[in-house]
Design a protein around this ligand. Structure first.
Ligand SMILES: [Zn+2]
Length: 441
C-alpha cells in the first residue's frame, strides 16, 4: 500500500526525461511537441517543480492563483518544507494555518512580493501575467532597475526589463491577462535559463562555501572516523551513501548526449533518487550526495567534488557507498559494469551482486565486475562500488537510461543487491579497506 502510494507520488512529482529533444518528451496528451511551451513544461516537470494532474493531463490553459504561483517560484528557488522557518508576513488575509503560507513567506523574504495594498495579499486571486513577470524580474535581481524604468502602467518597467533579459520569450499572453499554466511554466523556465539569473546563482554559489568549496575535515573528526570504521562490521547495513555521479554545475560535469538532450548528472540523479526511495522503503537510512538534481557538491574541482563525496560518507558513518555513473565511449561500448577497488572483500561482494541484478533486470550487456583506482572506491573506508549503468552513446542503452521505467529497474535491482548483501555472513579475512585511507592521506 505504502509502496503503491510512493510510486504514484513519484510518478506525479518527479517525472520525465527529455529536456530539449522530443525523444523522451513529457507525455501529457494535452501538450504536444509542437506546443509553444513544450520545452518549458517538460523541463519543469522533470526537475519536479510543477506536476501534471491525476488523469496525466497538464491542462496548459488552466489559470492559477497567486499562492500557486508563489509555490512554483518557491520550489524553483530551493524552498524546503522540512527546514524552512516561517517569517512574519504583513498580510492579514494569509492565516497561520493556510496551506500556502510557507510559500508566501518564502517569496516575501526573497523580496518577490509585497502584496496588493497595505496588509492584503489576496492569496486566492488569479495571478496575472504582469504579476508573474514582476516576481521573476525580482528573482533575477532586477527589481530596482524595473522600478526606475518609466512607463504608463505599474508594471511597464517590469515588462521592459523582463523583455530585455529574455524573460518574455515564447510568452503568448498579454500583461493584463490571468496567467495560464503554459505561460507560467514558460516564464519560470525563461528565468532559469536566463544569463542574469545564472550569473546571480553563480555569485551565490561562490559565496556559499557549502555548495562550492570543500571543507577540510579536522584532525579530531578524522580520528573519530578512523576509530568508528575500524570497529565496524561491514556485513551489517544500516546507513547507505547514495552518490549521484557528477555535479549539475561547476568543474565536475559528466558526459552528455546531445541527440537526447540529456546529461549524465541528470540521469545519475534520477536513478539515485529512485534508489533512495527503494532503500528507504526497505528501512535503510540513505544519505545523498546530491539531494536535488540541480545540486552540486564542492564544484570547484573534480578532486574536491570526489573528496567531498568521500568525506560525506565518512562523516555519516555510512556502511555502504554506492556511486552511480553512466559510461561513454566512441560509439562502440555497450552494457553495464560494476567497479570496486580490490577483489576479495566486501566491496567486491557488493559489486558482484549489483552487477548480476542490474544486468538481469535491464537485459543490458553484462560487462562484469572490474577493479579500478576510482577515487571514491579507493578512498572510502566502507565497502564501495561504482556502477556504470550503461553507455550514453549507445542507442539501446539509452532506451533504458533515459526512461523512467529503465531507471526504476536499475534502482530496484541495486536495492535488491543491497538487501541480499545485508543477509550474508561476514567475510573472514576480508581485504581491509581502511588501508587505503592512509595511502591517500
Ligand atoms: Zn561519470
Amino acid at each position: 500500500m505504502k509502496r503503491a502510494l510512493v510510486l504514484m507520488l513519484t510518478f506525479l512529482i518527479v517525472i520525465f526525461l527529455g529536456l530539449t529533444s522530443g525523444v523522451f518528451a513529457a507525455d501529457f496528451p494535452d501538450v504536444s511537441e509542437k506546443h509553444l511551451n513544450f520545452d518549458a513544461i517538460s523541463y519543469l516537470t522533470e526537475i519536479g517543480v510543477i506536476a501534471g494532474y491525476e488523469d496525466f493531463t497538464f491542462r496548459p490553459e488552466r489559470e492559477i492563483t497567486r499562492t500557486e504561483f508563489c509555490a512554483l517560484m518557491a520550489r524553483t528557488l530551493g524552498y524546503d518544507k522540512e527546514t524552512y522557518v516561517l517569517a512574519d508576513i504583513p498580510f492579514y488575509d494569509v492565516p497561520e494555518e493556510y496551506w500556502g503560507r510557507g510559500y508566501i513567506s518564502f517569496c516575501f523574504e526573497k523580496g518577490l512580493i509585497n502584496g496588493m495594498e497595505e496588509g492584503v495579499f489576496a492569496p486566492a486571486d488569479k495571478v496575472t501575467v504582469a504579476q508573474a513577470v514582476k516576481m521573476t524580474v525580482c528573482a533575477v535581481g532586477k527589481g530596482e532597475e524595473a522600478l526606475s524604468t518609466n512607463g504608463e502602467k505599474w508594471y511597464s518597467g517590469y515588462m521592459t526589463v523582463a523583455s530585455e533579459n529574455g524573460l518574455l520569450d515564447k510568452m503568448s499572453q498579454k500583461a493584463d491577462e490571468n496567467a495560464a499554466r503554459s505561460n507560467v511554466a514558460q516564464i519560470v523556465y525563461n528565468m532559469l535559463m536566463s544569463d542574469v539569473f545564472n550569473e546571480q546563482e553563480d555569485e551565490e554559489t561562490t559565496e556559499n562555501p557549502e555548495n562550492s568549496e570543500r571543507e577540510e575535515l579536522s584532525d579530531e573528526e578524522l580520528s573519530e572516523i578512523e576509530m568508528v570504521f575500524s570497529q565496524k562490521d561491514f556485513s551489517d547495513v544500516k546507513v547507505i551513501l547514495v552518490d549521484a555521479g557528477h555535479n549539475y554545475q561547476g568543474k565536475d560535469i559528466g558526459a552528455e548526449n546531445l541527440d537526447y538532450g540529456v546529461r549524465e548528472e541528470e540521469i545519475t540523479w534520477q536513478i539515485a533518487d529512485k534508489l533512495r526511495e527503494n532503500l528507504e522503503d526497505m528501512g535503510y537510512i540513505v544519505v545523498m550526495t546530491r539531494e536535488k538534481m540541480t545540486d552540486s557538491i564542492a564544484n570547484t574541482s573534480v578532486t574536491d567534488s570526489l573528496q567531498a563525496r568521500v568525506d560525506l560518507a565518512h562523516t555519516s558513518f555510512a556502511d555502504l557507498f554506492i556511486s552511480i555513473h553512466c559510461n561513454i565511449g566512441n560509439g562502440i561500448g555497450k552494457g553495464i559494469e560494476s567497479y570496486c577497488f580490490q577483489l576479495g572483500g566486501y566491496s567486491a561482494r557488493l559489486a558482484a551482486l549489483v552487477q548480476e541484478k542490474v544486468s538481469e533486470s535491464t537485459g543490458l550487456y553484462d560487462r562484469g565486475v572490474k577493479t579500478a583506482n576510482f577515487f571514491v572506491n579507493k578512498n572510502t573506508l566502507m565497502p564501495s562500488v561504482l556502477i556504470e549503468t550503461g553507455f550514453m552513446d549507445n542507442e539501446h542503452d539509452m532506451e533504458i537510461l533515459a526512461s523512467r521505467d529503465g531507471q526504476e529497474r536499475i534502482a530496484t535491482a541495486i536495492a535488491r543487491a543491497v538487501r541480499e548483501y545485508d543477509t550474508m555472513e561476514p567475510i573472514e579475512n576480508a581485504a581491509i579497506e581502511e588501508e587505503n585511507y592512509d595511502e591517500e592521506a
